[in-house]
Every structure is written in C-alpha cells, then in structure tokens.
Design a protein around this ligand. Structure first.
Ligand SMILES: [Mn+2]
Length: 323
C-alpha cells in the first residue's frame, strides 16, 4: 500500500532533494544513488545532499560524484519533495534537516523498525533487508528498467546491510532481489573486494590493538569494547573500523550481544554506543531506553556520560533482557 503511495508521490512531484543518514554507508549510499537514477529516468530534477563526505571505501560506487555536501549553497536549492532513505527519523540526516522543507512533501522510505513516521508519505517496511531492497521494489512498481550501475548500487546496499547475506534480516525475498540484480552482469567478487578488502594497513594494526581491549561479562553472553577518544582511527575519515570490531566481537563463541562504546563521539561529553545482537536480545529496545534505535539485531544510541557510566547503564539494560 505505502509502496504505491511512494510511487504516486514520486510521479506527482517534479524536483527532489534526496538524503540519507549521517555516517553514510553502503545502504544509505546505494539507496540514495539508485533513487536518484530512478528520478532521472522519469525526467525529474534531483539533487543528493549529505552531511558527510564520502567514506573512502565507497568511492568506487557509480555516480558518487553527483553527491553534494550540505552547505549554505545547497540550502538555497529549490525543490518540491524532500526524500529521505534509510533514516529512522528526520534528525538522522543531520544538518541536512536544516534545509527549508516547510510546505514541501516529505517522503520517508525506510526499513528501521524504530522509524518515527515523520514523513507526509511514509513507506516503512521493517521486513525489508535494506532501503536498497525497497528501492528495487520501487523500480519494479514503477516499471522502470534497471541498468548495470543501478544494479550494482542496490546490490552494495543489500550486501552491506545483511552482513553479506548472513544477518537475520536476510529473507528469501532478499535473495530473489539479489538474483534479479545479478542478471545485469555485476561483478560480485569485485564489489565484495571493493567494499570489504580495503582496510588500510595502519588501521589493521589499530584493530589489533583495539581487539586486545575486549571485555566479556560473567555470563559469557555480552562482549564489549570501550574506547576513549584518543583512539583517533575510529573516527578518522580514513576508514571506519567500528563494523569490523562489532562483527568480530559478535563472532565470539557464546556471545549474544556485542557493544562498542566510543567516548567523545559525536562530541565531547557524549558516548556513541553501537549494539549488535544474535537475535535473542532485541537491541532496538535496548537502544530505545537511551533515545536511540535501529533494528532488532543492530542498533545505536548516544549517551551523555563518561564511558564507565555508559557501559554500566547499557549492560544492565541488556542483562534485564537476557534473564
Ligand atoms: Mn539500511
């Protein structure tokens, strides 16, 4: 139903600003760039505006040079429809939410269960693996032919949001969509290599150091890592190690929940908390205790505290759910 309304919203409007969440990654980029292609195919005007610069590991994506970074000039862009992909809330697009969208139509295309339905048109499907899987369905619904570049964009979004098809959000439909994308002759091995086999040597050494600081609670079910802001590499633009750390922690035998605490992120006085679960514990609910959210198996929140306090507060919420 809401897929039809999203398609109708696209047909009805003529010029679009597209954005996704801050700390852009595969799904945010894949879905916004593919949506851009869809709009262009329909002869619409479209601009992609993000808060962040493009992370180094995604420079290979087709069309990334089209992405504009939010500034005073982008503020003045005229448009009819503000389209957000992969954003659970309007605030998730960061500074881009400062664009003047009063009297414009806000289109919300997202798969986060925590989505706040902030749009005029909300197409929210928590059963979709990724926003990219949803944009694929939009192409089909609107009968717009895909091309190889678009297939690659959507594939990268699905690949990264499903942990290469192994997270529990991977469904038979996800595989059907991936199979549909492979028909366009995309280079699966090459894409994997671009997206994953590109850790700078210096960052790999840093990863080694960080791993030695992993802690595990007495139940053996929670692993966490608490990093101070002097661990500069994690927030450096060069390469974000956080996904690697989380996936390594989650792969420890017996672990149900892995948590990464980064003091000083996004700014001094705060701690950025990222959670990953095997599925037993709903970490979306844990993050919601701290005004964050995400998915059942992957979520995040920001707590105004020192690391030590954030660790004890988050772990106690997880323990409540392990009992
Ligand atoms: Mn996503």
């Amino acid at each position: 139903m809401s897929l039809k309304r999203a398609a109708e919203c696209i047909r009805r409007n003529n010029s679009f600003v597209i954005t996704a969440h801050t700390s852009v990654e595969g799904d945010a980029l894949g879905s916004e760039l593919a949506l851009y292609k869809l709009l262009k195919r329909l002869g619409k005007q479209a601009v992609i505006i993000n808060e962040d610069a493009l992370p180094a590991e995604y420079v290979f994506l087709p069309g990334v040079q089209k992405i504009k970074i939010f500034n005073n000039a982008t503020k003045a862009i005229k448009f009819d429809c503000f389209a957000l992909v992969d954003c659970s809330d309007l605030s998730r697009c960061g500074k881009v939410s400062g664009i003047d969208f009063r009297s414009k139509t806000v289109l919300n295309i997202d798969h986060h269960i925590s989505n706040s339905r902030f749009g005029d048109v909300n197409w929210v499907d928590p059963l979709a693996s990724s926003a990219s899987e949803m944009v694929y369905r939009l192409f089909k619904e609107m009968r717009i032919p895909l091309d190889k570049d678009t297939a690659e964009l959507l594939y990268v979004g699905i690949l990264t949001d499903t942990g290469s098809f192994h997270y529990s959000n991977t469904t038979s439909n996800t595989h059907k969509v991936a199979a549909g994308l492979l028909k366009y002759g995309i280079d699966v091995a090459g894409i994997y290599r671009e997206a994953y086999s590109n850790v700078p040597f210096s960052q790999m050494k840093r990863l080694g150091k960080a791993l030695s600081g992993i802690r595990r609670d007495s139940s053996g079910k929670i692993a966490w890592l608490s990093l101070k802001n002097d661990f500069a590499g994690l927030k450096a633009k060069a390469f974000d190690l956080s996904e690697y750390l989380l996936s390594l922690m989650r792969s420890i035998k017996g672990i149900e929940v892995a948590v990464l605490f980064r003091e000083g992120l996004p700014q001094k006085g705060k701690v950025r908390v990222n959670l990953r679960s095997q599925g037993l514990v709903d970490v979306n609910k844990v993050a919601a205790c701290f005004f964050g959210g995400g998915h059942r198996t992957a979520s995040g929140c920001t707590i105004a505290a020192k690391n030590k306090e954030a660790v004890s507060r988050v772990l106690s919420k997880i323990r409540e759910r392990l009992r």
